[in-house]
Ligand binder design. Structure first.
Ligand SMILES: Cc1ncc(COP(=O)(O)O)c(C=O)c1O
Length: 368
């Protein structure tokens, strides 16, 4: 059984990412009750958190491996991140993507100089094509999630949440192959031991929920997971290393419907002014629309993991009528207290000298 990634490994990854990855803000979702902070990885370079793991892994490679080049398989965001990180480090990159990956994710990888290889949209096809490239060219694989260096890179999000909101008691995280939640949970368990970590998946791709319940890797058929609008979350099963982290550190995995994902993409744009892709929005969707499925909490953080959405899909979702019931509409229209208060990233305003509502390090009275 693989050992779990430690907070020291995550701190080492943070050192390598310093000056490369954006320190993304924790932004309050306006009007959300209980309070909800959004870790806006949609604002990360390349439009998703994936840059953290990709750069952490490639920058740790020895020189001969860098010279031979790297290869990655990906639903799109990891491809773009590997292409970006490899270009920064002067490493040749090839990325294997499903033929139905959104152009908005693949075109930037091509522009960054990566060679693109397309396959059938299954994990098995992606892995087979990648293995062939490795045996032909001696490339080093940069896995999308089942890898300690990648998990350590994604875990730097957890370090930042713990530093910016040390009193966070619920961290809600999108899950597909499980690299993101593994790293975040490893950091949060070490630094905010009382906090709960919850994963979120589309109802149409709930393999991580089943894996947590059964204590083993449970795969869903690709034909099922392909049905979700959340193209980033269609992987059929969590990785072996992520499974160990999920079993040890994750309290639960909950699901959201396709309508809830679309409504949340729309609300993030209209109410929080944040562009989210469907897979990036699932944790926020659970906090806004599935509170009954989450443990009670006072300082909730949801990771908005990516913003690479096809502009035509975003336009379609933006003009959809909100699928809200009349009671929820009342909640949205009426202020919760007679005197509406401005939103701060923690429960009391920053000191009078502060000029920003969202300082780089939260003015956190959410600390215990
Ligand atoms: C935007 C976005 N969110 C979440 C995930 C899930 O990450 P993981 O596969 O590490 O669970 C992905 C994976 O591609 C992604 O692109």
């Amino acid at each position: 059984m693989p050992s779990l990634v430690s907070v020291e490994e995550i701190r080492a990854a943070a050192g390598r990412l310093s000056g490369v990855a954006v320190r993304t803000p924790l932004l309050p979702f306006p009007g959300a009750r209980p309070r909800l902070l959004i870790k806006a990885e949609s604002l990360q370079l390349t439009g998703s958190f994936k840059l953290r793991g990709a750069y952490a892994a490639i920058s740790a490679l020895p020189r001969p491996a860098r010279e031979r080049g790297v290869v990655a398989h990906s639903s799109g965001n990891h491809a773009q991140a590997v292409a970006y990180a490899a270009a920064l480090l002067g490493v040749p990159a090839t990325v294997v993507v499903p033929h139905n990956a959104p152009a908005i994710k693949v075109a930037p990888a091509r522009r960054l100089g990566a060679r693109i290889v397309t396959t059938e949209p299954t994990l098995a096809a992606r892995v087979a094509a990648t293995q062939e490239l490795i045996s032909q060219h001696g490339y080093t694989l940069i896995p999308p999630f089942d890898d300690r260096a990648v998990i350590a890179g994604q875990g730097t999000i957890g370090l930042e949440i713990a530093a910016d909101c040390p009193g966070a008691d619920l961290i809600v995280v999108p899950v597909s192959g499980g690299g993101l939640i593994s790293g975040v949970a490893a950091a949060i368990t070490a630094l905010c031991p009382g906090a709960k970590v919850i994963g979120v998946e589309p109802e149409l791709a709930a393999d991580a929920r089943d894996s947590l319940r059964q204590g083993r890797q449970v795969a869903w058929p690709a034909g099922n997971t392909q049905r979700t609008i959340a193209d980033a979350l269609r992987v059929e099963q969590v990785g072996a290393v992520p499974l160990q982290h999920i079993l040890r550190h994750v309290d639960d995995v909950v699901t959201v419907t396709e309508d809830e994902i679309r409504e949340t993409v729309r609300r993030l744009a209209v109410e929080a002014h944040l562009v989210a892709e469907p897979g990036g929005a699932v944790a926020v969707a659970a906090c806004l629309l599935r509170e009954r499925d989450l443990p009670p909490a006072e300082a909730r953080v949801a990771i908005l993991s990516g913003g690479n959405i096809d502009p035509r899909l975003l336009a379609e979702i933006l003009v959809e009528r909100p699928a809200l019931d009349p009671h929820k509409l009342g909640e949205l229209c009426a202020p919760h207290s007679p005197t509406p208060r401005p939103e701060f990233c923690c429960s009391s305003p920053p000191p009078a000298s502060s000029t920003s509502l969202v300082p780089a390090a939260c003015c956190c009275s959410c600390s215990p």
